[in-house]
Ligand binder design. Structure first.
Ligand code: ADP
Ligand code: ADP
Ligand code: ZN
Length: 218
């Protein structure tokens, strides 16, 4: 049983690495961003509540976000652990996650702090394309699909996220620095934080992550 958090700015590579980890750890990846986008596509009430914040590049309020994630991790597939991607993003969310996991006799085992400079974050977000059907992540320069515009994994069409425009990207980076970066100290104090140099190739970042997790696995 292992609960892992992927921490890092927008574009740091959380989703890319989380997808790989899902396979080799055989654990579900719980991405709060993906859950919000799913709710948007289904036009649920939660999706309507989240939309304005997402469009502006701001965080959705904690009570909405925490409720959504709590419901997700109560499902049976999360019983053996979770790879959290993009959650928690505030100290309030981190405290809520501690309480949720404690209620299941669990605790956060490792937090992977993927460090990437602001310039590189912007470069990555600018070229990000995502599969509209399976969510696989590509990059125009760094991680191209084999056939242009077509997902290697499922044949779905690739699209750019609506919030990947320059103004929103810059806003998200600022919001990360103000509201999410403090989680670094929160988890470091507890001795579960591992710094990962996120400016390597995806393969190399994957190797660093794997070594960090193998060091804490029972
Ligand atoms: P990125 O991968 O670029 O960091 P995400 O897909 O994680 O972006 O998030 C997209 C948007 O969804 C965020 O800008 C925010 O509005 C909302 N969101 C995602 N996760 C959270 C969270 N844990 N708390 C609040 N808002 C969130
Ligand atoms: P996050 O989930 O943290 O917002 P993503 O995993 O969506 O980040 O990655 C953002 C963009 O950067 C995507 O286009 C992805 O293909 C690309 N990318 C991810 N990791 C790397 C890497 N190590 N080197 C170069 N590009 C990367
Ligand atoms: Zn796909």
């Amino acid at each position: 049983m292992v609960d892992i958090i992927l921490l890092g700015g927008p574009g740091a590579g959380k989703g890319t690495q989380g997808e790989l980890m899902e396979t080799w750890l055989d654990l579900p990846r719980v991405s709060s961003g993906d859950l919000f986008r799913y709710n948007l596509s289904q036009q649920t009430e939660l999706g309507q509540q989240a939309k304005g914040y997402m469009d502006r590049g701001e965080l959705v309020p904690d009570e909405i976000t925490i409720g959504m994630v709590a419901e997700r991790i109560a499902r049976p597939d999360c019983a053996n652990g979770v790879v959290f991607d993009g959650f928690p993003r505030t100290v309030g969310q981190a405290a809520a996650l501690d309480a949720l996991l404690a209620g299941m006799g669990r605790a956060v085992n490792v937090v992977l702090n993927i460090a990437v400079s602001e310039d590189v974050l912007l470069q990555r977000l600018a070229g990000r394309w995502t599969c509209s059907s399976c969510g696989a992540i590509y990059h125009r320069l760094f991680s191209q699909e084999k056939v242009e515009g077509v997902c290697d994994a499922c044949g779905g069409g690739l699209m750019q996220r609506e919030d990947d425009n320059l103004a929103t990207q810059q806003r998200r980076i600022r919001v990360y620095q103000e509201q999410t970066a403090p989680l670094d100290a929160y988890y470091r104090q507890r001795g579960v934080l591992v710094d990962i140099d996120g400016e390597q190739s995806p393969e190399q970042v994957g190797r660093l992550i794997r070594a960090a997790i193998e060091a804490v696995l029972p």
